[in-house]
Design a protein around this ligand. Structure first.
Ligand code: SF4
Length: 358
């Protein structure tokens, strides 16, 4: 069990508005509930951004709900806040402190769109609040799921809830009408990225009724993290660190050829299962600022373009997405996009509501 330290927030509860919308989590803002994560998964980026061990001390900012309530007044109601930053909002501390519950209630009170990333079915205990928020604007949940193999999961993340519990929770949220996605994050080379395991995971995700899936590759930002990953590989037993040396060449991401090949394999399998690879437009239509909606649509299309080898189109789509998000796109720039008519329809809503620049 982790040591809990009750504390006050040192800075703002919700981070600054992102310069570019987050295409995985649909978010314009990011926040964390607790500081530290008792689940302590060895591959977590959270290890790299903290001085203290991620899973031994969990700081509990008891004034967070009050601070969130104050800060929400300064946010546009069409901007989504992602509770996604380096710590699970439903880790064991939530059973004692219920900070996530109080924060969600503040979001529901205001109708502020939110996305929660978790590994825990405890999110279901807040289902009524999620339903209330979703009927007012948008409440979405994403489960991180690396594998459905319980033995592998035990070696990778023994303190996190079992994959089967997460799949059951996905099905329950889906039945309740809450949009739910799955993040296969990270994709660990030679561990959960094989064709067989990807197939098994995606089938289970589709069977549970998830609306969409995203994935990303393992980041190794520094030598400390590299040695933690090597220890994890030794624990799993079949994957010598030399495999990773050859794939990473001392860099933070695996080499481009590997990433392209795995991205294509995942995309093909998702398409075969009719499982969207980013949140489908229908899930957020009319629930976000029109500029955010259009920007996400462009980014999600650009992702598919880049995986399928249309690099220029992907680059143009991403550049336009950022301009649209900042409300700086001209009609000439919009007309150059294959999505022009859809973008125009979405952005006309902004004009009608007087949000777009004159
Ligand atoms: S549950 Fe998520 S935030 Fe917590 S340690 Fe694992 S990966 Fe990191």
């Amino acid at each position: 069990m982790a040591y809990y330290v009750e504390d006050q927030l040192a800075g703002p509860a919700i981070g600054p508005r992102r310069p570019s919308i987050n295409e995985y989590f649909l978010s314009s803002y990011t926040m964390a509930i607790y500081d530290g994560c008792e689940f302590g998964c060895p591959y977590c980026d959270g290890w790299a951004v903290r001085l203290r061990p991620l899973n031994e001390v969990v700081r509990v900012p008891v004034d967070l709900p009050e601070r969130v309530t104050d800060e929400l007044g300064g946010l546009d109601r069409g901007d989504l806040v992602g509770i996604t930053a380096f710590t699970d909002p439903y880790q064991p501390a939530e059973q004692s402190y219920r900070l996530t519950r109080q924060v969600l209630r503040a979001f529901a009170e205001r109708g502020q769109p939110v996305l929660i990333l978790t590994k825990s079915p405890v999110v279901l205990e807040d289902l009524a609040t999620l339903e209330r928020l979703h009927s007012a604007s948008l409440a979405m949940v994403m489960f991180t799921l690396l594998t459905t193999d319980p033995h592998l999961a035990e070696k990778l993340e023994d303190r996190a809830p079992a994959p089967a519990l997460r799949l059951d929770a996905i099905a329950a949220l889906k039945r309740a009408g809450i949009p739910v996605g799955v993040a296969i994050v990270p994709l660990l080379p030679y561990v959960n990225d094989t064709d067989l395991l990807i197939n098994t995971t995606l089938h289970a995700v589709a069977d549970a009724g998830a609306d969409f899936v995203v994935w990303d590759h393992l980041l190794i930002p520094d030598e400390r993290h590299r040695s933690r990953i090597n220890e994890m590989l030794a624990r799993i037993g079949r994957y010598p660190p030399s495999y990773y040396r050859d794939l990473y060449h001392g860099r933070t991401l695996p080499d481009l050829t590997y990433r392209n090949e795995r991205n294509q394999a995942l995309l093909e399998r998702c398409d075969a299962l009719n499982l969207p690879v980013r949140a489908p437009h229908a899930l957020y239509t009319g629930r976000l600022r029109p500029q955010n909606e259009a920007s996400l649509l462009l980014k999600h299309t650009a992702f598919r373009d880049s995986v399928q080898g249309r690099a220029n189109l992907a680059r143009q789509g991403r550049e336009l997405a950022d301009r649209v998000y900042r409300n700086e796109a001209t009609d000439i720039q919009l007309r150059a996009s294959p999505l022009y008519e859809t973008l125009r329809d979405i952005l006309q809503r902004a004009t009608r509501s007087g949000q777009q620049k004159p």
